[in-house]
Design a protein around this ligand. Structure first.
Ligand SMILES: Nc1ncnc2c1ncn2[C@@H]1O[C@H](COP(=O)(O)OP(=O)(O)OP(=O)(O)O)[C@@H](O)[C@H]1O
Ligand SMILES: [Mg+2]
Length: 333
């Protein structure tokens, strides 16, 4: 979107939020997003905001369309999550639902690090995955079996278009030898209706406070009432892929992944833990494979590392284990 459009669309949003705007807006694109136009908006009095507008065609190699209504669910997720774990998300200042725009609190680089940048630079603070698991676990636990939240996030069509299809169904077509297994995992995930899911718990969507280390979750466009194990597996997958990308850090990153899993599970009722652990153990190898052979491969893996991901994930998909300890043991081998 051009600055022109922003200059027309943003002032009414500020007005609706009771924020006086005098003088021109200074609009500067933020980098990193493939699914949105995202900008920093500075008012002439120096106050900063972030505005995000969902795109209908994602900026990835394989054609991938996504409905812009997801912007509304992102805002709804941010509002709910912010009530459950204050500070774990940017504050929502306003919404223009017709244009699919979110106006958010701006989190400056002077105060926040991007977790992905830290991990790829080899700075893997063990407190971060544990803090992320606490925030995520609290959001899942607070929304378990809640019909009101389920009705608010009836987004099966979105999670299918944005996650299950491009990651799992597409990957199944690339690996006929395990296609039935992957589709089976997809079906279990799709039919699990338990808690409010973020849907994109990736280090590129998590800021970490430079001051007290608290994590801030961004980018909830895949918000869905469904299988909370999807969030845990999605985040674990990123730690596992980084452990393959950075072999020197492998023991540390896999240890952090295990700590994440233990912390996240501790938030759930004891009776639910074995089932959720099983879901995570089944999803994790499918998601690993999806990030090399699905529609949105991670950009940092070399061909040799991609092969390693396939070599590790395929046996775990064809001979699944329900115990995450055994999954991690296989990943360490
Ligand atoms: N509220 C905010 N304050 C400051 N920076 C932000 C804020 N929200 C997002 N950003 C920056 O913009 C980047 C992209 O944001 P976001 O992930 O929400 O967009 P996206 O287009 O949905 O991304 P994706 O590529 O993951 O689909 C983030 O990684 C972060 O660096
Ligand atoms: Mg993002």
């Amino acid at each position: 979107m051009t600055a022109d459009n922003w200059e027309t669309l943003l002032p009414p949003m500020f007005a609706a939020a009771g924020i006086a705007v005098s003088g021109p807006l200074i609009i500067e694109p933020l980098t990193g997003g493939v699914s949105s136009d995202i900008v920093r908006v500075q008012l002439s009095d120096g106050r900063d905001f972030c505005a995000k507008r969902a795109l209908s065609l994602l900026k990835v190699k394989t054609e991938w369309q996504a409905p812009v209504e997801r912007n509304h669910y992102e805002i709804a997720w941010l509002r709910r999550a912010g009530q459950i774990v204050p500070g774990a998300v940017p504050k929502v200042i306003g919404e223009d639902q017709a244009h699919g725009i979110a106006l958010l609190e701006y989190l400056p680089a002077a105060d926040y690090l991007l977790w992905k940048t830290e991990l790829l630079a080899g700075r893997a603070d063990p407190a971060v995955p544990v803090a992320v698991a606490h925030a995520l676990g609290a959001i899942h636990a607070a929304t378990l079996n809640d019909p009101e939240v389920a009705a608010e996030f009836a987004t099966d069509h979105l999670i299918d278009a944005l996650r299950l299809d491009p990651y799992l169904r597409f990957t199944a077509t690339r690996h006929p030898e395990v296609a039935d297994r992957i589709i089976g995992v997809l079906e279990v995930t799709a039919s699990t209706k338990l808690a409010l899911v973020h849907g994109d718990v990736s280090p590129k969507n998590i800021l970490v406070s430079r001051h007290d280390g608290h994590p801030v979750l961004l980018d909830a466009e895949c918000a869905w009432y469904g299988d909370p194990a999807f969030d845990a597996a999605f985040c674990l997958n990123h730690l596992v892929l980084k452990s393959i990308h950075l072999p020197m850090l492998q023991p540390m990153l896999l240890g952090q992944a295990e700590a994440f899993a233990v912390t996240w599970l501790s938030h759930l009722p004891a009776a639910l833990r074995p089932e959720m652990e099983g879901h995570v153990a089944a999803l994790l190898p499918c998601l690993m494979l999806a990030r090399v052979d699905g529609k949105s491969p991670v950009e940092y893996l070399t061909p040799a590392s991609q092969k390693r991901v396939r070599d590790l994930s395929l046996p775990l998909i064809s001979q699944p284990v329900a115990d995450l300890g055994r999954v991690f043991a296989a990943l360490r081998s």
